[in-house]
Design a protein around this ligand. Structure first.
Ligand code: NAP
Length: 248
């Protein structure tokens, strides 16, 4: 650990990017509070990393508020997220749309809001929001891209609100990462098989955790504002005339 940010709260810690981030932050010598709903997985992670745990839905603000007061995190990693609406807005139910906004947008905003007063008092703090390339570019994801677009502008505006305070805001925008994300987002097995077959070398959760550590370990005068990470074989743009052959 090269910064004076010694404690971190990570949401969505039971799989993928969140679990890798807990491992990386703990390995860097920080005290970590891991939050998610699946208790058995949190227990395993605690055994492995010595992190503290809170079994909670990110929408349960009361549970999270009291933990933030007690734990006083220097770093918040707003990572929990869902890929609802992957088949298009036309096929998304009202419940899916509501959940996507609550989990991907409202919860990170509320959790950051809860932590900021303590961070200002202590004169240090770092909010890390996990966005997506879907929040920066046009893809086929009105629901998901809409929520991640909100995360992008929330991060940009919060950085501006906090300028002069010494507190930092980083947004990490990954492309395709190999996690359980599509498993959770896909409605059925066939759709999952289809979504799972990218044929490319995807990013690994540890690649995103490395980017987060780079941002939090930056010298205090450096704010790593936005990091966009893509697999080499994924690019955002228009239509390619020649299809590329997947790497063997
Ligand atoms: N995978 C990708 O290609 C990709 C690309 C760009 C951005 N992202 C973003 O990266 C973040 C992490 O996703 P991932 O790829 O690591 O997916 P993942 O493996 O499905 O992990 C999602 C995590 O979020 C937690 N979660 C979901 N809803 C929650 C809720 N209501 N309350 C508390 N925790 C909740 C899940 O834990 P429980 O179910 O145990 O609560 C799980 O730990 C998300 O914000 C996602 O949008 C992913």
């Amino acid at each position: 650990m090269t910064s004076d940010l010694k404690s971190a709260l990570v949401t969505g810690a039971t799989s993928g990017i969140g679990a890798a981030t807990v491992r990386a932050l703990a390995a860097s010598g920080r005290t970590v509070l891991a939050i998610a709903r699946r208790e058995d997985r949190l227990r395993d992670l605690a055994e492995e990393t010595d992190c503290a745990c809170l079994v909670a839905d990110v929408r349960d603000l009361d549970a999270i508020a009291s933990k933030i007061d007690a734990f006083a995190p220097d770093i918040i990693v707003n990572n929990a997220g869902v890929g609802h609406g992957i088949d298009g807005l036309e096929h998304a139910t009202s419940e899916m749309i509501k959940e996507a906004v609550e989990i991907n947008v409202i919860a990170p905003m509320q959790i950051a809001a809860l932590a900021l007063a303590g961070m200002r008092e202590r004169g240090k703090g770092h909010i890390v929001n996990i966005g997506s390339i879907a929040g920066l570019h046009t893809l086929v994801s009105a629901v998901y891209g809409g929520t991640k677009g909100a995360v992008h502008l929330m991060s940009q505006n919060l950085r501006f609100e906090l300028s002069g305070s010494g507190l930092r805001v980083t947004e990490i925008c990954p492309g395709r990462v190999s996690t359980e994300f599509y498993q959770a987002a896909a409605g059925d097995k066939d759709r999952l098989t289809q979504l799972g077959q990218t044929g490319i070398m995807e990013l690994q959760p540890a690649d995103i955790a490395d980017a987060i550590l780079f941002a939090v370990d930056a010298p205090p005068h450096v704010n790593v504002a936005t990091i966009e990470l893509l697999p080499v074989e994924q690019a955002v743009g228009g239509t390619r005339i020649e299809p590329i052959a997947p790497r063997q």
